[in-house]
Design a protein around this ligand. Structure first.
Ligand code: ATP
Ligand code: MG
Ligand code: MG
Ligand code: MG
Length: 489
């Protein structure tokens, strides 16, 4: 199955179970002061779970653009080194708002994975919450019994702790146990040597979590007590890129058709090859760079298409940092000296034309913004890297292995090096950075500039109505076009 078919099969499946398909919310979280970017499928439904508002239907499903680069979920550092965490990814989800509960949710997830996608049953593990006495939350016997009945084999059920198997919105409010689904993608010989069970939740690149089923059934009160919720809800999230890896029989998300287009253009532009010694190595920086670029391209392009321009503050700065991280990898390991990310934007836009048409609708604009960002950064990148080389050379002679805060600040202020980029380059040379020193240098500068009281340029741009383009898909017979039919519901 192609990735488009896999996505469509998910949506079709939940339509057949009475769900309404809704479009993804924008990547940039609007009207939510607690969240910079949407980092899960449920973010756009938060109000419904809190009882502020009614959903259009009690059963909903979608694919949500997520970005995990800040706050509670920050996977940025992993991206490029591992093969299954992205900055931007799609989270497929189905929800029940006071409608069905554990029995249906778990039965359907098994049915979809094993009957529609035909994933082998003996490669799947599921987890249920083991309970936490100290915290007053019970073992999820109900989910355990349901799984036992579905799978018929207790051995494939894992008991998980609070970190992995209990969800809470905050210190107070709705919460409940979750049940996750993991898949073992290793070769049979390896499985014969070490069984998969102990590798679950252990950062093994081929024994990965694909789906999380959250059951909101309690409310945590301010005094710490737990009350049953009057209406129980289901909130699920499945990593689309990981699912495609599993179904397409690959060992890395980057080997699926989702990333192959852009990786092959990066190969063409750089004249270098991806995965010469296999596609799983994290010590081959050509490969790491290609993964970083093909990943970050998505985050940056879709964020801009959703209205978040790179800037010097808040969400805009996060996007700028991601873009600069990609440019620096391209510069250092693929020898790019001219803007290259901008050349990849149209490739991505075409690939997602019928899935997230907002990018295709603004492809020229997004390309231009990316190109300008790249030009600006490339102008100082070389100077900054040279400056760093000198510093490392000097530092070695005096045997410190830490970059002082003022230098980190200078690199950021003069050369536009985000701190995490400096930290990354430093780490490659075996150095740490003095974060505290940097913070105080930054605070000093802020105090100085506060005096100037200059008004910051707006962080947001108003986009025209891009909804109209959604109907383009009707003319096409390919499966993505079918998807667009749902998007217009
Ligand atoms: P992991 O333990 O692998 O970091 P998670 O437990 O943080 O995942 P959840 O918050 O449960 O993830 O999100 C639901 C699903 O989204 C996961 O089961 C996984 O398939 C997918 N997912 C989570 N983070 C990422 C990411 N950074 N890139 C791609 N997919 C992800
Ligand atoms: Mg995580
Ligand atoms: Mg997890
Ligand atoms: Mg999880």
């Amino acid at each position: 199955m192609t990735s488009h078919q896999i996505r469509k099969a998910f949506l079709d499946f939940f339509v057949s179970k009475g769900h309404l398909i809704v479009p993804s919310a924008p990547l940039v979280a609007k009207n939510d002061p607690t969240l910079m970017f949407n980092n899960s499928g449920m973010a756009q439904f938060k109000d419904f779970f809190l009882g502020n508002g009614t959903p259009p239907k009690s059963r909903i499903a979608d694919t949500q653009k997520c970005l995990r680069v800040s706050g509670k979920h920050n996977d940025l550092e992993e991206v490029g080194f591992d093969t299954y965490h992205h900055t931007m990814f799609e989270m497929l989800g189905n929800w029940s708002f006071g409608d069905y509960f554990k029995k249906e949710a778990l039965t359907w997830s098994w049915e979809l994975l094993t009957e529609v996608y035909k994933l082998p049953k003996d490669r799947i593990y599921v987890s249920v919450f083991q309970g936490d006495e100290k915290d007053g939350v019970p073992f999820d016997q109900e989910a355990f019994d349901i799984w036992k009945e579905i799978i018929g084999d207790e051995d494939r059920i894992i008991l998980g702790n609070k970190k992995d198997n209990f969800w809470e919105m905050g210190d107070i409010g709705p919460c409940g146990p979750c049940s996750e689904i993991h898949i073992d993608l290793r070769n049979q010989e390896e499985i014969d040597i070490i069984g998969g069970k102990e590798l679950v939740n252990n950062d093994h690149p081929q024994v990965v979590e694909i789906w999380n089923n959250v059951f909101m059934q309690f409310e945590r009160k301010a005094d710490g007590s737990l009350l049953p919720l009057p209406a129980k809800h289901v909130d699920t999230g499945m990593g689309f890129e990981r699912l495609c890896m599993a179904i397409q029989g690959k060992k890395s998300n980057y080997d699926t058709d989702i990333f192959q287009n852009t990786i092959s253009v990066i190969e063409e532009l750089s004249g270098k090859k991806y995965g010469v010694n296999g596609t799983l190595r994290s010590d081959n920086y050509v490969d790491v760079a290609m993964r970083v670029i093909s990943d970050h391209l998505r985050a940056v392009s879709f964020a801009i298409a959703d209205g978040q321009l790179p800037s010097n503050a808040k969400a805009g700065y996060v996007i700028r940092r991601i873009l600069r991280r990609a440019v620096r990898y391209g510069y250092s390991y693929l020898d790019f000296r001219e803007p290259f990310m901008c050349k990849l934007v149209p490739v991505l836009a075409t690939q997602f034309e019928y899935v997230f048409p907002e990018l295709h609708a603004q492809v020229d604009f997004v390309t231009k913004v990316v190109e300008e960002e790249e030009k600006t950064f490339l102008r100082t990148l070389e100077l900054g890297l040279k400056r760093l080389d000198h510093i490392f050379a000097d530092a070695k002679t005096i045997e410190t292995k830490t970059l002082d805060g003022n230098t980190v600040f200078e690199l950021s202020d003069t050369f536009g090096f985000p701190v995490d980029l400096t930290a990354l380059i430093a780490r490659e040379k075996g150095f740490a950075i003095d974060e505290e020193g940097f913070k105080s240098a930054l605070a000093e500068q802020k105090a100085r500039s506060r005096k100037d009281a200059t008004k910051e340029a707006a962080d947001w741009i108003e986009l025209g109505d891009v909804d109209g383009v959604e109907f383009l898909g009707y003319d096409f017979e390919e499966s993505p076009a079918q998807l667009m039919k749902y998007r217009s519901v």
